[in-house]
Design a protein around this ligand. Structure first.
Ligand SMILES: Cc1cc2nc3c(=O)[nH]c(=O)nc-3n(C[C@H](O)[C@H](O)[C@H](O)COP(=O)(O)O)c2cc1C
Length: 185
């Protein structure tokens, strides 16, 4: 038996991307975006509604950052997804976030979120798809393993469940990509 749910925008897992931007006065903003991902080898995309402060900021600054919500930052990361800087201008500070300007683009690196993809705006298409060229990825030392690589367990990103609107933790490693499939002869 199989139950059909009809038209739903459900995918598993969905990311919890925190999109950082500056307005014209240099005030940082952050918003939560689950509709996003890698667009090309050096590009990311996020689908942004027209009326967001973030959308306005990115169009003007032509830059943004994408960080990952973590287990330790669930509450502020959800907060920036339910409150707009159009209504609460000090939203970023109220979330308890602190910004350091990216060395590469005019967009904030959020100190409390340990991994950041720093992007130059490539284009905003008519469907609200914002495409950024990745110019740098930065990570706090605290989430690096002994080889200097990003340790997903230490990063502890959270996952969005669009069906129940829940956030989930990342879980355990269960396999090795491009490798486990070779066990089938
Ligand atoms: C879990 C979650 C996922 C969201 N995903 C998106 C998204 O992919 N695109 C979008 O435009 N808004 C999304 N939102 C809504 C924005 O984050 C929200 O409207 C936010 O207040 C916009 O902030 P701003 O106006 O300060 O930019 C999401 C919110 C939550 C809580």
């Amino acid at each position: 038996m199989c139950k059909n749910f009809g038209v739903k925008n459900w995918l598993y897992p969905m990311p919890v991307l925190i999109v950082g931007s500056y307005d014209e006065t240099g005030t940082p903003n952050a918003m939560n975006a689950a509709w996003g991902g890698i667009y090309d080898t050096n590009q990311v995309m996020v689908c942004l509604a027209d009326d967001h402060k973030t959308t306005d900021n990115i169009k003007k600054a032509e830059a943004f950052t994408v960080s990952f919500a973590t287990e330790k930052t669930v509450i502020p990361c959800d907060y920036v997804g339910i409150v707009s800087a159009n209504d609460v201008p000090d939203k970023f500070a109220k979330a308890g976030f602190h910004a350091e300007k990216s060395r590469y683009v005019n967009a904030p690196v959020i100190v409390e979120l340990p991994m950041t993809v720093e992007c130059k705006l490539l284009k905003f298409n008519e469907d609200g798809i914002c495409i950024g060229e990745i110019v740098n990825v930065s990570a706090d030392d605290s989430i690096l393993d002994e080889n200097g690589n990003i340790d997903a367990k230490k990063l502890a990103p959270i996952i969005y469940d669009g069906v129940t609107h829940a956030y989930w933790s990342f879980g355990e490693k269960v396999g090795q990509a491009f490798s486990d499939g070779k066990k089938i002869k």
